[in-house]
Each structure stands twice: as C-alpha cells, then as structure tokens.
Design a protein around this ligand. Structure first.
Ligand code: AGP
Length: 610
C-alpha cells in the first residue's frame, strides 16, 4: 500500500526521493509524486502509473534543494489520477503533505473547511489535512503546531510527512496506526513508512509510535506525544541487508523467492533448533506470557497468513491437544470474543503491519488476552505490540504474492507446535526429535521439486488459457489447496476456488465439466483413500486433473491428466512440499499471460488500511 519517503540533506534530492519510492513500489501503488523545496520555493510533481512516468516528468529538470517528500499512492478515496496523487499542497502552494492511512471523519471536516472558503481539488480524504494545516497556520508560525492542532480533530489512521516554505529546514511527521520511521545519516536524515526506502543509506532508525509527532532536520530530530511532552526515542540498528531486495538474476522477485525456500528452512532450523534437536524459542517465554498453561489459542490472520493459521490448528491440536480456533482478522475484529481465561490470541503476519490483524491484537489486549505473534518483519507494529513473538526468518519478501514467507510460517508453526507438545507432555523427546529430523530433510526435498520447474512450466502452460480453476485437498492439505487457489488468483487474475475435497459433492461438483482444470493435492496422508475417491468423482465428470502426488505412487497416475510428484514426507510437512509446485504453476501461468507477477493489479504487499 501507500509508501512515504522524505529526505533532508545535501544529496541529489530528486534521485534520493525517486530511488526511495522505487524501493517502496513492491508494496503496490497506482500513482506517485514528490515535493521539493528548491531555492526557498516549493514545487510538486505527480504522475499516475509507474514511477518511471514520474521519472520521465522530472528528466531534464535541474532540481536543486535539500528537503523533500514523496509518496506512492494506492487509491482508496478517489480514482488513481494526478489530482488525487500525493503530495497534496495548500492553496498558496507553499505547504505540501503526504499521508498513508484513512481519515474517517474527512466529510464533516471538509464541509467546515469549504464553508471557511477552502477550495478542494481532489476526491481524497487526505486533502482536508493540508487545508486544515493552512488554516491553523493563521494563528501559529509552527508547522508542527499546526499539524498537531489538525490531528486533534482527526478520526482515523495516518502516517504523515509535511514540509513548508516558511520552515525549509524541517520535515514534520506524525503517526497513528500506520508505520513511520526516522532514519539517521551523517548530516542527513530520512523519513519513511518502510525500512526498504532507506536501507541503502543507513541502518540507524527511530520507530515512531502511535500518537507521536515530531520533525527531522539535517542534523537533529525531535519527537513528542501529540498533545503531550517530548519523548526520548531509542535509536535501533537494523540487521537486514539491502541485497535481500535484489533479483539476483531471476526474472522476478517471486521466482527468486520460490527458489530461496530451501535456504529459508535451513536458516529457520539453525535459529531455533540445536544439533541435539532441542528447540529454543526465546521470545515466547517472556515473563508476561506463559504458554504452558494455555487452554485455547485463537488464531487470527489474513490471506496467506490465515491459510498458515488453518494448518496451525491441525498441528497444535494434534501435538499439544490445545483447542485452537482460527478466524479471519477482519471478521474476528467485530465479533464478541468470549474470554475463558488462559486463552492466547495468536496473530500470524508476514509484514507485521496488516491493519486488521494489528487491530485484533489491540482489541484482544484491551480484553486482557495475551498475544503471541508469528511475524517476519522485526520491529514491525505487531512484533512490538505482542507479548511473545516467533520470527519467520524468511528474509525480505518483495513479491506481493507471498511464497517463501508462507513456507517459513509453516516451518515455524511446526517447530512451535512440537515445542508446545513437549511443554504439555503430549510428545516425548524421542517423538519430537524424530519430527525434527523430518523437518531437516525438507530443504533437500524442496530442491528436488525445484529441479522439475521446467516440467511444471509445461503443465502450467497447457492450462494457462482456462478462465477458472478448482483446487482441492483434505486435512492439512485443504488449506494448501486454498493457498494454491489464492496464488493463482493473485498473479494471473484467473478465477480459482479452493475447496475441501470432501465438500465437492455438496455443491461445487456442479462446476465440473471437460473444460475445468482441477488441481488435486493428494500426497499419501491419512485421508489419501478418501482423496482418491474425490478425484475419481472429478474424473467421472470429465474434469481435467492435475495431481500433486507422493513420489512412487503409481496407482494414482490413472486418474491424472497431469501429475507432479513430491518426495515422501511426514503428513504434516506435506503442505510445505505441495505448495512449491502450486507456486510454480501460478508463476508460469501468470508469466505466459504476461501479467505483472511481482506487482499484481490492485494488490498491496502490506495492507495498512482496514
Ligand atoms: C499473500 O499472497 C497476499 N498478498 C496476502 O493475502 C497476505 O498474505 C495478507 O494480506 C496478509 O499479510 P500479512 O501476512 O503481512 O499480515
């Protein structure tokens, strides 16, 4: 979703802002713009479409200046066009502002401002902010004070950066419900909604918390609570490397990330398991979070992370015998939670910033639930606000469609469930050790599947012109089927539905005809025979079957139009293995259809609005 970048310093200002915006582009956007104060005068450039359009607009211009802000916009209020793009500027064109988030009460504020003579140009909620600041600057010279007064009237979420000709040394910033960081350089400073924009310049960052406002100059920073006093902020040093954000010779980030999966699992094993197969999850044994007496987990997550949550239910209930509910965050948020005591709300999130998931943990904490989270991005809001955390250690994921992070979530959930099973004494050391040995084999198994990528590509291309797909699976592989369908929808825009195979005859079987490709996730698990019967039902109705089966399963071949074998592994690890060919099928179909694989239309990597 929208990304903010700001810079104050002596580098080439427009290129710092453009490169920053480019590094935010993976989040998904539909227009971009920058404002720069040059020779005391503020100028703004905006363009609909890709950042290259903005770059073309700026090419040939010699822009001097040492202060500027920019934004990639993902449209919510108002279509993607130049007028609605950020930065928004004041009537006098002397103040500019970028905003991520949603101003919920903008209609009533807009009415008042129009009555006071303000003329609105855009359809956005954001524009009220700039007019309101302008109005408050009639009674104060301080941009920070004007923004603070504006925010006192605002209901909604925001990260904001604003600059003014009257104060050409400062970028004034504020945060509530949408991330914003200050990044510290030598005689230069940056602001951004996302570490990626500044990663090549510095690793020293200050995280703004909700309800904080402040400013950065070339050599200083200042942060206070909105309506309160100054806050001394801790400077943190991040340990990511910018090389994570390179394609390393792959055509797309998504393909690179699919191929990184073996090393992701090896890394996770090295972080959590010692050579004697002992598990250490240091961040879940905080003094205020005791998992050993948990009675119930309530998992809430969105999209792919929700699919990981569905698999977590199978594992936690089976290894630790702890009742586990799974909910979509946007639904969980508005239902009446029943607290029974010793319940733990579990959030699963790659970005750690998903608005619905974050809102749920806040709601849960207000009702005295403890919160345990599985997150990939360290120091994200969900990481910082949870009582305990298990990091996914997937490395930075740039492709909007999640691949290696899903696999990392499944591996960490597997390790956590074994750990809990031991703590609850439903597993003994030998069993746990054997289960961990199984996990240690997975990276090699994934590598063997990746070696078949050309074979998978041929199968994918055979079906790429079908306008709909059905994905079916049972048990732990029912969520795998859901995830396979989501991947295909996201990057190829083909309609795909995931179903529990046993549900077919309760409705979806009506869809099956000779034209419908049905992807059947059918490794040899407890429900294998049942799954074979379900595939038989598909075949009888002439559906085209693409079967993911266990290596050596010759019998199932007779039911397959196409078959992709995965190595034999423990049942609970088959979702990891089966997901790899499903990812590749989606990737190669999208590639053949010439879709924007890494940045699919309408999607955002980090969904920071409700
Ligand atoms: C995954 O391919 C999707 N882009 C999306 O469903 C994503 O998983 C969802 O928005 C949740 O994001 P999170 O893991 O960052 O919370």
């Amino acid at each position: 979703m929208c990304g903010i970048v700001g810079y104050v310093g002596e580098r080439d200002i427009s290129s710092v802002l453009l490169v920053g915006l480019e590094r935010l582009s993976y989040r998904g956007y539909d227009s971009s713009g920058i404002s720069i104060i040059s020779n005391g005068e503020l100028s703004t450039w905006k363009k609909q479409g890709k950042i290259v359009e903005l770059n073309n607009l700026l090419s040939g211009l010699s822009i001097k200046g040492s202060l500027g802000i920019g934004q990639t916009r993902w449209a919510t209020h108002g279509v993607p066009n130049e007028v609605n793009a950020h930065p928004h500027f004041s009537e006098t064109k002397k103040i500019a502002l970028v905003h991520n988030g949603i101003i919920e009460n903008y209609m009533e504020i807009k009415k008042r401002l129009i009555k006071n003579g303000h003329i609105f140009r855009s359809e956005t909620d954001t524009e009220v902010l700039i007019h309101s600041i302008e109005e408050h600057l009639e009674t104060t010279d301080s941009l920070l004070e004007a923004l603070e007064k504006t925010l006192s009237e605002i209901v909604g979420t925001y990260s904001i950066a604003t600059i003014s000709e009257a104060d050409p040394e400062k970028i004034v910033i504020a945060r509530k419900g949408s991330p914003l960081i200050i990044a510290l350089g030598k005689d230069e400073n940056f602001v951004s909604s996302d570490i990626n924009a500044i990663l090549t310049h510095t690793k020293k960052v200050i995280y703004l918390e909700d309800n904080e406002i402040g400013y950065v100059t070339k050599t200083s920073t200042f942060v206070k609570e909105i309506g309160g006093s100054e806050v001394q902020k801790e400077v943190k040093v991040i340990d990511w490397s910018p090389t994570d954000a390179e394609k390393n010779g792959y055509e797309h980030y998504m393909l690179k990330e699919i191929f990184e999966q073996p090393s992701v699992i090896r890394n996770i094993i090295s972080k959590y398991i010692d050579k004697d197969n002992n598990i250490t999850l240091s961040k879940i044994h905080q003094p205020n979070l005791d998992i050993s007496n948990v009675n119930r987990f309530i998992i809430q997550a969105c999209g792919t992370s929700w699919h990981a949550g569905l698999i977590a239910k199978y594992l936690i209930e089976s290894y630790a015998r702890v009742l586990t509910e799974v909910d979509i965050s946007s639904e969980f948020r508005y239902r009446q939670m029943i607290t029974q005591g010793h319940d733990i709300v579990m959030a699963i999130s790659q970005s750690g910033e998903t608005a619905d998931t974050l809102a749920c943990i806040r709601e849960a904490k207000s009702k005295f639930f403890k919160v345990l989270s599985f997150v990939n991005v360290k120091e994200s809001s969900i990481d910082r606000e949870s009582d305990g955390v298990v990091y996914s250690y997937a490395g930075q994921e740039i492709g909007v469609a999640s691949t290696k992070n899903f696999i990392a979530q499944l591996a960490t959930i597997y390790i956590f469930s074994i750990h809990l099973g031991l703590a609850k004494k439903h597993l003994n050391k030998e069993q746990a050790s054997e289960m961990i040995q199984e996990l240690r084999r997975i990276p090699d198994y994934i590598e063997s599947i990746l070696k078949k990528s050309e074979e998978i590509r041929t199968i994918a291309e055979k079906y790429c012109f079908s306008r709909e797909f059905l994905f079916i699976g049972r048990g732990v592989n029912y969520p795998t089927a859901l995830e396979g369908a989501l991947k295909l929808k996201e990057i190829s825009y083909i309609h795909a539905t995931g179903y529990a195979a046993g549900e077919l005859k309760h409705g979806p079987i009506a869809l099956i005809d000779a034209k419908l490709p049905v992807v059947c996730v059918a490794p040899q698990t407890l429900t294998y025979e049942k799954m074979v019967s379900n595939i038989q039902e598909v075949k009888t109705r002439k559906g085209k079957t693409i079967i993911i089966a266990t290596q050596g399963d010759e019998d199932i071949k007779s039911l397959a139009d196409d078959i992709i074998y995965i190595p034999k592994a423990s049942e609970d690890l088959t979702p990891i293995l089966a997901s790899v060919p499903l990812q590749l099928i989606s990737y190669y179909i999208a590639l053949k259809l010439d879709c924007d694989v890494d940045q699919p239309r309408n999607l955002a990597k980090s969904v920071t609005v409700e």
